[in-house]
Design a binder for this molecule. Sequence first.
Ligand SMILES: *Cc1c(COP(=O)(O)O)cnc(C)c1O
Length: 403
Amino acid sequence: MIHQTGVNKEFFLDQYLSFSHGETLRDLACSKCGETYPHTIPQNVCSACGKPLLARYTLEQLTGTWPRETLLSRPASLWRYWELLPISNPADIVTLGETMTPLIHTKTLGAKFGLSEVWVKDESRLPTGSFKARGLAMAVSKAKSLGLTQLAIPSAGNAATALAAYAAAAGMTAHIFMPQDTPAFNKETCQLSGANVTLIDGLINDAGRIVAERKEGKGWFDVSTLKEPYRVEGKKTMGFELAEQFEWELPDVIIYPTGGGTGIVGMWKGFAELEAVGWIGKKRPRFISVQSTGCAPIVKAWEEGATEATPWKEAHTIASGLRVPQAIGDFLILAAIRKSNGAAITVTDEAIREAMQLLPTTEGLLTCPEGAATVAALKQLVSDGRIESSERVVLFNTGGYQS
Ligand SMILES: *Cc1c(COP(=O)(O)O)cnc(C)c1O
């Protein structure tokens, strides 16, 4: 029988069954107070302090026994980092084909800004058109392993589209709460995937409150980002891919469009895990968090030197993924920016609109407004002298263009 890597699903699952490390997920620990929780039952936030729980692995068991070369024979998918993912039975994997996303050297764009090393991690290639697929693939797989069937989510758009798809694939029901003015693409795709959609008069935080109120009585499990511990585990694979694609030498700067901040928190966590198992050294990229001037709670906190953010009032921006007035992981995002020697900056919607043309015209790459925000930020950082011409910079294009 001939197997094509990543194509034949049976082969794909078999590969993971043959791994030798057994279960590597140890437990969940509160990111604030350290209280620990078992991963064998559904968990949301810390019951003591209300902050996010993060997965811990038996890293010491992997150190020295899990060579990087193991990856070479595995499919080009986020599941290749199996030992550092929270699923232990391959039969629980719910997959729509989460391909490793290309890391593209954008020479013409870079030259425009006087840089020779500008790279774009193009997350638009993932199922449902955005990197939200990484997190929801993980959360829905974990939900399957725990026997959950009713999942509820507040969303600014793309997380809803991803949950609707993964829930459909898993035979689960998705209950989606999102703002009335969420992009049509997200509203329509959720409906097409058979989710129960409720449009609310408010923003993602208001949607989050509604989910919190209704879930108990209805038996729904809340998969809000960072209130559910495994979406961040999916998002951290962006950092694993970057490390692998750059041959285990992290770039100097990562420019990341920040909403709930799950990507920054995830990559920061992922880099620490890679260092612990001996795959990378101490070097970390400077994390530059980008928000819109219409909704910039993290930037405001950063500028004020605060360790937590205050809720943003009257949030508005054309980049719907950045329209997150309050992030439960604010202190984790701010810590990652600070510890990495990074920064947080705003760009205007006008600058985002202008930047929407830059990657398509120079490189032929279509971007979402959030991805364009990183290009606008690059322009600003270069003109402020905060990025040097010799530095290697990665922009995250977090989703595809939608009209
Ligand atoms: C959700 C989203 C973001 C923000 O991601 P976080 O990791 O939650 O900060 C950025 N861009 C797009 C396209 C999104 O859907």
